[in-house]
Design a protein around this ligand. Structure first.
Ligand SMILES: [Zn+2]
Length: 349
């Protein structure tokens, strides 16, 4: 018995040393479907390890007493996996979930959390999630093209000779098929606590500030700020990549980012992409937005459809900061949105 207890302690100690070593070397801790990148003590950036359909990245903040998750991921299954995988970084219970905005890839895991968990989001997130977001283009566009995508992947698999390529394609088929299955259990669950402009939580040795700086990526974008750690979690208001613009208020987005930049921070943990430092990328994204907006309105004036304008808009000048910019054209959803708001402006409340 004593030997077994001793062995258990040795195993626990070895496990602790392993976790500690991983954290100190800066390499991510891989657990199940997630990778956890340590940003500072008790603050992690969770990304999908690629074994599940990829949703948003989730910043995790640990206090002395509980864990905060920013964004509950793309499906209930992905949220359950996140909570299970977090055992590799903490044994603390999840008590707060913050929805950075209402988009499905950030908030459709909300339903797995019980009444002991405060799910916080903007008032507009609650309003939007109470209307049927499962019928919105942004969500449907993630689901409807999948059967055709699976078919074309299967055709490629049939022709593929390289076993490694074949295995990669087969993994893609599996994760797409799994997503189609997983969305079936989604019950859109809005935040149970809402904010309008700002809120500060003092929990277990941390000060956690929440801000709504105005319309941008959506009209629901909540930013989470740790003043002591000089970290901001920006959701899709500011990604390290080019954000989706299909529900955006592009004209408002630029001054909203100016208010974000007024916070005193070094590190940005975005909704997609990678953790980055400084404000240069934010300024570059403002310039990108201005450019897209002006070109779209100019093409509209010339009578081009949104789809045709999207083909012609040239934003390659912004490629140094955003290498995922296409050689020609941008996503038509963003241009349709600019046209829509130009024809029917939505007054800010
Ligand atoms: Zn989004």
């Amino acid at each position: 018995m004593r030997i077994r207890v001793a062995a258990l302690f040795v195993a626990l100690f070895a496990g602790w040393l392993w976790l500690d070593a991983r954290a100190q070397t800066g390499g991510p801790i891989v657990s199940g479907a997630h990778r956890f990148q340590k940003v500072t003590d008790g603050v992690y950036y969770a990304t999908s390890s690629g074994t599940m359909n990829v949703g948003a990245n989730s910043p995790i903040i640990l206090t002395d007493t509980e864990a905060f998750i920013i964004d509950s991921e793309i499906t209930p299954a992905a949220a359950r996996a996140l909570v299970a995988d977090m055992k590799a970084i903490t044994s603390l219970p999840v008590r707060y979930v913050i929805d950075s905005h209402y988009h499905y890839d950030h908030a459709h895991g909300n339903q797995i959390f019980g009444p002991e968990v405060q799910v916080i989001g903007h008032e507009n997130t609650r309003k939007r999630m109470l209307t049927n977001v499962l019928e919105q283009y942004t969500f449907l566009n993630s689901v409807e093209p999948i059967p055709a995508r699976i078919e074309s992947l299967k055709q490629r698999i049939a022709q593929e000779k390289d076993p490694q390529q074949k295995a990669t394609l087969e993994r893609q088929v599996a994760s797409n098929a799994a997503y189609l299955e997983q969305v079936k259990e989604t019950k859109v669950t809005p935040p149970n606590m809402t904010i309008d402009r700002r809120m500060t939580l003092y929990r277990g040795g941390r000060e956690i500030q929440l801000f709504y700086f105005g319309r941008g990526h959506t009209d629901t974008d909540v930013v989470v700020y740790l003043p002591k750690e000089r970290i901001v979690c920006s959701g899709d208001l500011m990604e390290s990549l080019i954000s989706y613009m299909g529900d955006a208020y592009v004209e408002d987005w630029i001054p909203t980012l100016e208010r974000l930049k007024a916070l005193d921070f070094d590190t940005v943990m975005p909704g997609h992409g990678v953790v980055f430092t400084g404000k240069t990328k934010i300024t570059a994204f403002q310039a990108y937005l201005r450019d897209v907006y002006q070109q779209a309105l100019a093409f509209k004036k010339q009578g081009l459809s949104a789809e045709d304008a999207a083909q012609k808009i040239d934003v390659t000048a912004h490629r140094t900061e955003f290498p995922n910019i296409r050689p020609v054209g941008i996503d038509a959803a963003g241009v349709r949105r600019i046209y829509q708001l130009a024809d029917r402006p939505e007054p800010a409340q």
